[in-house]
Design a protein around this ligand. Structure first.
Ligand code: KIV
Ligand code: ZN
Length: 521
């Protein structure tokens, strides 16, 4: 059957969003979910970047059952070896090798002639093919490349064994009609046995439109990230591409094989892992995507949802935010509800989740779906890092200076500190910083929102810190917003510790210059 393969690069290109570094545990959690919802390829990382990255990709391979797991590499031998080391034990491994083909990149970045680039493709792709039966070749900056040269380069990759050809719009420059033409030209040149793939960045806000144009031009793989995260303005938002195919089937004649009911669930998980919030008006997964404000719209929707809704919210995983469970609900009810929200729970996670659920019921009368999602994923994010919050006490008010005393465990060893501040959050964060001895940390962004309704709603805190140029984010939910802030801060500090361990002070980008400068080969 002819279908559009969904290639999810949230764990690789998505991770290149500032502050979105993921620990191995977080990559594993996302990969499981992506696999369960039916994406065809999960790009797990760029193993040549560091030993830690290579190991994260290996750990992802161990849990993915159905999807292919791809690792990205440049054409250099060291990169290819690292990528293969990382994925060779996957059930379905794929090597994804790239080199730039635009004259701009050839002249200013690679300092190579076109002939040298072709030679590099021959060498790199052939070596990949010796190691792995499934090889994808990407022509970086394809859309600013001379089309004849691009086609020549892609044909060389096919001769050397690539079976998927990716045509990245690396800098988000192309327009839908142009990209459709480029893709059609390539499809006609390489024939029906080769899968041609789109990979669009959103610098002009056209990543999804360009991806859909590519499908009309014959692309049968689309690369992108959930929530549209990624380098600079982001990648094509996969949930939008998937739902456009489903909602306008006659325009495309091909579908993806993703279970669309899991889109809201994966979107929340990506938000919680990366700390990158989803704008309320974001298509498909934004809080307001199906909210009808104007009276005339509400009236129409009540009469028939089809008047103003082109998709059924249930089809993408929205459920009504009604009261679902309470303190008398049992483990089975909780498990069933979490599963219907897209979070299958094994025995061990269920035991933990039930304990958290009961603790939440003691603090909060009414438990909503969003609370349950936080139980399924949110709380877990702050556990398992090197730094853990053991206890926190604070005082503040109109007639007392704010202060906080925290006990934090760093690699199991408890330390305690007291700090004063402008308010209890400020004091708590300062006390934690003192305990962990991380040095100067600037709080670059701090957001708090209630995740459901009522004065006892859980507060969700998303924050971003910058420690001497290394950016990390954290997220946590709790009915007490100071506790949520402390946990989110610790989540971010764990991300920071992980980045420092993995890359030193300067986390790399895939950009070849940066990597070459760092000697990452
Ligand atoms: O945007 C891009 O060109 C990429 C490639 C490395 C696939 O991410
Ligand atoms: Zn990219």
């Amino acid at each position: 059957m002819d279908w559009v393969r969904i290639f999810d690069t949230t764990l690789r290109d998505g991770e290149q969003s500032p502050g979105a570094t993921m620990t191995p545990d977080e990559k594993i959690r996302l990969a499981r979910k992506l696999d369960g919802m039916g994406v065809d390829v999960i790009e797990a990382g760029f193993p040549a970047a560091s030993v830690g990255e290579l190991s994260s990709v290996q750990q992802v391979c161990a849990v993915v059952q159905h999807a292919k797991v791809a690792a990205l590499c440049r054409t250099r031998t060291g990169d290819i070896r690292a990528a293969w080391d990382a994925i060779k034990d996957a059930k379905h491994p794929r090597l994804h090798v790239f080199i730039a083909t635009s004259d701009i990149h050839l002249e200013h970045k690679l300092q190579m002639t076109r002939e040298q680039v072709l030679e590099e493709i021959r060498r790199g792709v052939s070596y990949c093919r010796e190691l792995c039966a499934d090889v994808e070749f990407s022509a970086e900056d394809a859309t600013r490349s001379d089309l004849d040269f691009l086609v020549t380069a892609l044909k060389v990759a096919v001769e050397c064994g690539a079976t998927t050809l990716n045509v990245p719009d690396t800098v988000g420059y192309t327009l839908p009609h142009e990209y459709e033409h480029t893709i059609r030209t390539i499809v006609n040149a390489v024939g029906p046995d080769i899968i041609v793939s789109s990979h669009c960045h959103d610098d002009l806000g056209l990543a999804v439109a360009n991806s859909l144009a590519a499908i009309r031009g014959g692309a049968r793989q689309v690369e992108g990230c959930m929530n549209g995260i990624g380098e600079r303005a982001g990648n094509a938002a996969l949930e939008e591409v998937i739902m456009a195919l489903k909602t306008r089937p006659t325009e495309f004649g091909v579908q993806s094989r993703v279970d669309t009911k899991q889109l809201v669930g994966i979107s929340r998980m990506v938000r919680d892992v990366t700390g990158i919030v989803v704008q309320p008006n974001k298509a498909i997964v934004g809080r307001n995507a199906f909210a009808h404000e104007a009276g005339i719209h509400q009236h129409g929707v009540l009469a028939s949802a089809r008047t103003y809704e082109i998709m059924d919210p249930v089809d993408v995983g929205w459920t009504t935010n009604q009261l679902v469970l309470g303190k008398h609900s049992g483990k089975h009810a909780l498990k069933a509800r979490l599963e219907s929200l897209g979070f299958p729970m094994d025995e061990a996670s269920m035991v933990e989740a039930f304990v958290r659920f009961k603790a939440l019921c003691d603090r909060k009368k009414e438990i909503y779906d969003e609370d349950l999602v936080a139980i399924a994923i949110g709380d877990k994010l702050v556990q398992g890092g090197k730094i853990e919050l053991e206890s926190i006490r604070f005082e503040s008010g109109t007639d007392v200076a704010a202060s906080a005393t925290v006990t934090v465990r760093v690699l199991g060893r408890a330390t305690r500190a007291m700090a004063t501040g402008d308010g209890p959050v400020n004091a708590a964060l300062e006390a934690i910083r003192m305990c962990t001895g991380v040095g100067d940390v600037v709080l670059e962004d701090y957001r708090i929102a209630a995740i459901s309704v009522g004065t006892d709603a859980q507060g969700q805190v998303n924050l971003r810190i910058n420690a001497e140029g290394v950016v990390a984010s954290g997220q946590a939910t709790h009915t007490d917003v100071v506790v949520a802030s402390a946990q989110a801060y610790i989540h971010a500090l764990n991300h920071l510790a992980f980045q420092r361990e993995r890359f030193g002070q300067n986390p790399p980008r895939v950009d070849s210059d940066v990597l070459a400068a760092r000697g990452a080969v």
